[in-house]
Design a protein around this ligand. Structure first.
Ligand code: PHE
Length: 343
């Protein structure tokens, strides 16, 4: 034991006398003292020869030596890497910092913001609501009672712990919640994510995004609906765009319509996007069904209103020339960093 302690002391002196300068010397030092077959390892092997009542003292001395040898190594490593030891005073605080990469907005957010901002200019406020919804707000209040066949149109995800809960299939639930508050008139747009149990492919996904709108006041007419949406498409697709309304069916609006715009890709001449019809369907709309108003405690003799709803994915695909809807949810930075502006 005494002998080993003396040895350690002499190794320490040896290190103290060293002045390692180059990378080669440093590596030699590392191998000699700290390597797998080095002195520190060898000394540790001596532990088994030390009498058990002396193990503690030996362990302490050895540990201190090991720390000392490692500290010296770090110190010399800094000197060989930087030409001088690193201390706080060596840091040049006047150097410009490394720029922090700024993220970009998701193309769906850009398109949603763009759509919402057009309606905001007409005085629509943004309203939001829950994605996990009860049957009443997603279906019942919207005139889709339990056995309504139109429920099949929206393949619903139910939450199995409670059959009354589901993932909303449209953002119309927000409109119901706003109407229930009873503060009139109402003029809102409702952006948000919605869920439908559809097979995931390049064209469809089990979740997507919508912007729906609702306007309720006295004397709101179909002419107001048309003019509002006409303003919207002109802002969105340009002044030359033509629109047409086709009669349609939604349980919560009467009358109901679907709105097409002349194809903004081919200008109406016919292409793949418009399937050679010259028209692209962009939204569903209609006058709010009196039953829906009554379901929310609004007097349908005094108030009327219109509603509309559109998807966000399709205009974003068309605008940015993206051919696969799955790219929106893959979080691939190479894809995401390309988008900077909605206009
Ligand atoms: N909620 C309908 C859908 O998701 C869209 C819509 C909203 C249609 C409002 C008419 C009026 O398909």
């Amino acid at each position: 034991m005494e002998k080993v302690l003396e040895q350690i002391e002499s190794y320490k002196k040896e290190i103290e006398a060293l002045a390692v300068k180059g990378a080669k010397e440093l590596e030699e030092y590392r191998i000699k003292f700290l390597g797998t077959k080095g002195i520190v390892k060898a000394l540790m092997g001596e532990m088994k020869n030390v009498a058990s009542e002396q193990k503690k003292q030996f362990g302490q001395v050895l540990n201190e030596f090991k720390q000392y040898a490692e500290e010296k190594y770090e110190e010399w490593k800094n000197i060989t890497a930087n030409g001088q030891p690193s201390t706080a005073s060596d840091i040049d605080l006047t150097l410009p910092g490394d720029p922090i990469a700024v993220g970009s907005r998701h193309p769906i957010s850009l398109m949603r913001n763009h759509i919402v901002s057009i309606f905001q200019r007409l005085g629509f406020a943004v309203a939001e609501g829950p994605e996990i919804e009860d049957d009443w707000h997603n279906f019942g209040a919207l005139n889709l009672d339990e056995n309504h066949p139109a429920r099949d149109m929206q393949d619903t995800f139910y939450i199995h712990t409670n059959p009354d809960w589901l993932l909303r299939t449209h953002t119309s639930n927000i409109q119901i919640r706003e109407m229930e508050k009873g503060k009139l008139p109402i003029r809102i747009v409702c952006p948000g994510r919605v869920y439908r149990n559809e097979t995931i492919s390049a064209r469809s996904h089990c979740y997507f995004h919508q912007v729906e709108g609702l306007y309720i006041d006295e004397n709101v007419s179909f002419a107001d609906l048309k003019q509002t949406l006409y303003f919207f498409v002109q802002e969105m697709y340009g002044k030359d765009v033509k629109v047409r309304f086709r009669p349609s069916y939604f349980p919560f609006t009467e009358p109901s319509a679907e709105m097409d715009v002349s194809c903004f890709i081919c200008g109406g001449e016919g292409c793949n996007i418009c399937k050679h019809t010259g028209w692209v369907e962009i939204l569903g709309c209609g006058m709010v069904h009196p039953k829906v108003l009554e379901n929310c405690g609004i007097d349908s003799n005094k108030y009327t209103g219109f509603a509309f709803g559109m998807g966000v994915e399709r205009p974003a695909l068309l605008k940015y020339g993206i051919n696969d809807i799955r790219l929106f949810s893959e979080n691939d930075v190479r894809f995401l960093k390309q988008f900077t502006s909605a206009t």
